[in-house]
Design a protein around this ligand. Structure first.
Ligand SMILES: Nc1ncnc2c1ncn2[C@@H]1O[C@H](COP(=O)(O)OP(=O)(O)OP(=O)(O)O)[C@@H](O)[C@H]1O
Length: 204
């Protein structure tokens, strides 16, 4: 998989969030998009997922051939603070729902995903009764355990405690090897495994 950006910029009204960004994102590599709060990480991630159009420049998605932007969602898994889980579903139900649209990563099924989460006792509990950390683990596990070639994680350790952060790092180790992984972050423990760094402030 490849995402290629050619002089891409995005503005809201008259404010440029980033511009003149030309780079490539390829499978098997992990990328960190870095910058402080409000710098534009989530805006760039939205452009890269095809959910926000660039204000200038070109973005292209390709596998063995070009993929139209309207189809790119089929190749993507995403966990982000602004993507909510359906609160009235139980954990079992949300897994069943999610995997109507995505395939499980090799070796994963609903039962061992719950084990991986360490939430066996909460399998029949509604998401609305989950703690913020339990919800975050669930979002990360759904995204990482899907068989999608591109994985986007925005602020992946928000609401996780030290144990949760270790759990996140193990999850990444297990499930991102052959993927194109892109992390939006300003915390080292979230992106230390990423070999490629993009500083939003280099594109202001
Ligand atoms: N839909 C929008 N309309 C107008 N301005 C927007 C919109 N979305 C984001 N912005 C602005 O774009 C800038 C970058 O926001 P963005 O959420 O991308 O930053 P971020 O680096 O992800 O921040 P954080 O680390 O706090 O999540 C901010 O000034 C924000 O107010």
């Amino acid at each position: 998989m490849k995402i290629a950006l050619n002089n891409v910029g995005r503005r809201f009204n008259k404010e440029w969030i980033f511009k003149n960004l030309s780079t490539e994102f390829v499978s098997g590599k992990s990328y960190a998009i870095l910058g402080p709060n409000g710098s534009g990480k989530s805006t760039l991630l939205s452009v890269l997922t095809g959910s926000l159009t660039p204000s200038e420049g070109e973005i292209t998605f390709a596998d063995s051939k070009e993929i139209p932007v309207e189809n790119i969602y089929q190749y993507i898994s995403l966990a982000a603070p602004y993507l909510e889980l359906i609160e009235t579903f139980t954990l079992k139900e949300i897994i069943e729902f999610h995997f109507k649209f995505k395939n499980f990563a090799p070796g994963i099924d609903a039962k061992n995903l719950i084990t991986l989460l360490g939430l066996e006792k909460s399998a029949n509990k509604e998401i609305k009764y989950f703690s913020s950390g339990m919800k975050q683990r669930t979002k990360l596990a759904l995204a990482c355990c899907s068989d999608s070639p591109i994985l986007f994680l925005d602020e992946p350790t928000s609401n996780l405690d030290v144990q949760g952060i270790n759990w996140y790092q193990e999850l990444i180790e297990k499930f991102t090897k052959e993927k194109l992984t892109i992390i939006g972050s300003n915390q080292i423990q979230e992106y230390e495994f990423c070999s490629e760094h993009i500083q939003i402030f280099d594109y202001k």
